[in-house]
Design a protein around this ligand. Structure first.
Ligand SMILES: Nc1ncnc2c1ncn2[C@@H]1O[C@H](COP(=O)(O)OP(=O)(O)OP(=O)(O)O)[C@@H](O)[C@H]1O
Length: 234
């Protein structure tokens, strides 16, 4: 469903963070992108979401070229991006945040999807009138994912969803991510908690210095002593 070919790009004219990335993700599949700090993992997600203009290479969703399109068109094509930071509106209520997530959708669809998300995540229903700033870190991440799910995306891009969470909160969040995937959404997730991410993903992609160093079945990569030693901190 998603094909990335020879993707080169960075933040300025001179810097090249992504040095020729190739990857493919079938429909409904989940892949974890892991690798050392500064490898370009977040940059890759930003490029797919249209926040960075690639210098070279292609990005296709179901055969349609997306490289160079504005983020709004990429969202409309079915890709929703949850950035690592500033991914909710703190002063708006939980419900208003979800409504913002669906601002491209017709009003009736928004109301329906908010109700579906309340049924799916009872915590969001319970706190629907609370300002988002009063949520815990893990609850904020669920709200941020809920906002992304408001467009019923084919592909969800998650940038370090467990960042800053306690191990227990992170595990709860990973369980929710696994459930969202099981319900049929393809997910490409960047994670520092590499082993936990590989445990819920089907595929693993190890990114090192702007290039794909290894790909394979997530479980096989997590069990590979060389991958563990070189890329996953032992
Ligand atoms: N907004 C930005 N402007 C300029 N350079 C940036 C920006 N964001 C990231 N970079 C640079 O791009 C490179 C890759 O960063 P990126 O955040 O993609 O790495 P990462 O693999 O996600 O790392 P981490 O695991 O530490 O989050 C780094 O050298 C970083 O300094």
């Amino acid at each position: 469903m998603l094909e990335v070919e020879g993707l080169v790009g960075g933040y300025g004219a001179a810097d090249e963070i992504l040095k020729g990335i190739d990857l493919a993700l079938p429909a409904r599949r989940m892949a974890a992108i892991v690798g050392p700090n500064g490898a370009g993992k977040s940059t890759l997600l930003k490029a797919i979401a249209g926040l960075l203009k690639p210098k070279a290479g292609g990005i296709r969703l179901e055969g349609r070229a997306l490289g160079g399109l504005p983020p709004r068109s990429i969202a409309a094509a079915g890709i929703a991006f949850v950035p690592q930071e500033a991914n909710i509106f703190p002063s708006l209520s939980v419900r208003e945040n979800l409504e913002m997530g669906g601002y491209l959708e017709p009003r009736a669809t928004v109301a329906q999807r908010v109700e579906a998300l309340f049924a799916r995540f009872p915590m969001l229903a319970e706190k629907r009138r609370r300002a988002a700033r009063t949520l815990s870190g893990g609850q904020r991440q669920i709200l941020a994912m809920g906002m992304a799910l408001m467009v019923a995306p084919k592909l969800l891009l998650l940038d370090e969803p467990s960042a800053g969470l306690s191990p227990k909160a992170a595990q709860g969040l990973f369980d929710d991510i696994a459930a969202i995937h099981a319900e049929g959404t393809a997910i490409l997730m960047v994670e520092q908690n590499a082993l936990e991410a590989l445990a819920i993903a089907e595929d693993g992609i190890v990114l090192v210095d702007g290039r794909v160093a290894r790909t394979g079945q997530a479980a096989a990569l997590a069990a590979d002593p060389e991958v563990r030693r070189l890329f996953l901190g032992g």
